[in-house]
Structure formats: structure tokens, C-alpha cells
Design a protein around this ligand. Sequence first.
Ligand SMILES: [Fe+2]
Length: 187
Amino acid sequence: MPERQTATEGLREEHEWILKVSEALEVILDREPDHGLDFYALEECVSFIRLFADACHHGQEEDLLFPELEARGMPRDSGPLAVMLKEHEMGRSYVGHMLKALPDARGGDPGARQILVNSGRGYIELIRAHILKEDNVLFNFADQLVTGGACDRLCRDYGTVCRGVFEGRSKRDLEALAESLLERYGS
Ligand SMILES: [Fe+2]
């Protein structure tokens, strides 16, 4: 029995988590002028983005879905796949800046604080537009191109990634981390 019905169903569900945590991140950043920054929650957002959004989710896209689409004639170095890969890199760059700035920002360095806030806002803007494109364009192509046995195989391979451990945390641990963030900062 296939684990999923389409080549993108699980990835679309993961997008929902990523969007919700991005919303929580936005709430945290919006409260800054009056309440200061909740550095602990920001650290949790960065962990979620690095491990769930990038390692687990982008890992499935880059190592499984995109090669499947390439095998069906979609080029990797131009068009939608190239744009998606470039945006994944941009996201990594924003999150890398956040991770690097966190200790100094927590220590009161105003420059690091600015980098943290600007990179967080940059990430939110980027990931919303990125997910919109994947959900409405690329994934619709994928759903038409990858069907039947190929879809079943792909979904089994997604399952293998999703049962993995990301710096000591399971996918369920990371969803629980998101739930905890949403309890405090859900909009
Ligand atoms: Fe995605």
C-alpha cells in the first residue's frame, strides 16, 4: 500500500508547519519594540528551521523529488528547479546569519540584534513566497509527472527520511517543538 496518494502530499503538509512557525517567528519579532526579544524562542525557531524545514523537508525535495523531476525532463540548472534550489540557499544564508548573531544579540550587542531581526524578517518573506511557488506551480507539475509505482517509491523514500533523526531529534520531536512555539506565539 502506498503511504501517500500523491508525490507532494507529505511535503505540502510540512509546508503548513513551516508557515506556522514562520508566523510565530514574525510575532516574536513584532513584539520586539515593546517587549524585547525572546531569545530562547528565537533559538527554537532557528532549530526548527534548520532541522525540520531544511534538513528534513528540503532534504526530501533536493535528494528525492527534484531528481525524480529531472529524470522526467525538468532541468536542474534553469527554470523552476534552479529557482527553488537558489531560494533554499538563500534561506540557509538567512538562518545561518540568525544562528551566528544569536549569542552576541543575547549578550546585548545592538549590531548582532539588528542582524538577527533583519535576517528573521528576510527569512519569513522568502519562505512565504517560496512555498507559494512550490505549492501552486512546481508541486502541481510533480503531481502530474510522478504517479503510480514511481510515486509509491518516492513516498517510501520520503518515509525513510522522515523516520530519521536530526541532530538527536525525530520529526515528531520537531513538530512538538513547533506546537510549543505556537502555544506561546501562535497568531
Ligand atoms: Fe518545500
